[in-house]
Design a protein around this ligand. Structure first.
Ligand code: IMP
Ligand code: MG
Length: 180
C-alpha cells in the first residue's frame, strides 16, 4: 500500500509474539479472576487475538478514551468517552492497549481504575515507544519495543484509517504532512 513506508511487523511476527504473551499471561493468572479491559478502539484486534491465546477463563470489558484529534501526537488531554459496563472491585484487571507513547493515556486510566479498588491492575501493550515517555509507566507485558515513528495497522489508526491492515507499518510522513 502506497501510504505505508515499510512494514515493521508482519503477520507472522505478530501472531508469534501474541502467542507468547498469551502463554505468559495464562501462567501468571492461573489462580486469578481475570478481566481483560480493552481500550477502544486501537486494542480490539490485539485483544481478539490475545484472548484466544490465553488459556485461563477471561471476561472482557471495554473503555474508550481520546487524546488524539486527527494528529500524530497526543494533545496532552485525555477524555473518557465510554466507561466500563461492570464493577471491578476485587477483580484482576489486565488493561489491553495497542501502544504506549507518552504514557498519559495509561496513567490517567490507571488512576481512575485504581479508585474502584480492583484486586490488581496490570498492563499489556502490543507496542512500546519509550523515547517519547512523559509519565513513568512500565507495562507489565510488552509485545515489541519500537522506534519513534508513527505506525498504523493491526488496530492502530491515523485519523480512523488503516486499522484493518493485518500488519503494523510505518505511515509515510507525506500522508500526515498533507493534513497538518
Ligand atoms: P500516549 O497517551 O501518548 O501514551 O498515547 C497512547 C495512544 O496514542 C494510543 O492508545 C494510540 O491510540 C495513540 N498512538 C500513539 N502512538 C501511535 C502510533 O504510532 N500510531 C497510532 N496511534 C498511536
Ligand atoms: Mg488508543
Amino acid at each position: 500500500m502506497a501510504d505505508i513506508q515499510r512494514v515493521l511487523l508482519d503477520e507472522n511476527q505478530l501472531a508469534q509474539r501474541v502467542k507468547e504473551l498469551g502463554t505468559e499471561i495464562s501462567r501468571d493468572y492461573a489462580e486469578g479472576d481475570l478481566l481483560l479491559l480493552g481500550i477502544l478502539k486501537g486494542s480490539v484486534i490485539f485483544l481478539a487475538d490475545l484472548a484466544r491465546a490465553i488459556h485461563v477463563p477471561v471476561d472482557m470489558d471495554f473503555i474508550a478514551v481520546s487524546s488524539y484529534g486527527a494528529g500524530t501526537s497526543t494533545t496532552g488531554q485525555v477524555r473518557l468517552l465510554k466507561d466500563l459496563e461492570g464493577p471491578i472491585a476485587g477483580r484482576d484487571l489486565l488493561i489491553v492497549e495497542d501502544i504506549i507513547d507518552s504514557g498519559l493515556t495509561l496513567s490517567y486510566l490507571i488512576e481512575i481504575l485504581q479508585s474502584r479498588e480492583p484486586r490488581s491492575i496490570k498492563v499489556v501493550v502490543l507496542l512500546d515507544k519509550p523515547e517519547r515517555r512523559r509519565e513513568k509507566i512500565v507495562p507489565d507485558y510488552t509485545g515489541f519495543t519500537i522506534p519513534d515513528e508513527f505506525v498504523v495497522g493491526y488496530g492502530l489508526d491515523y485519523a480512523e484509517q488503516y486499522r484493518s491492515l493485518p500488519y503494523v507499518g510505518v505511515l509515510s510522513p507525506s500522508v500526515y504532512q498533507e493534513q497538518e
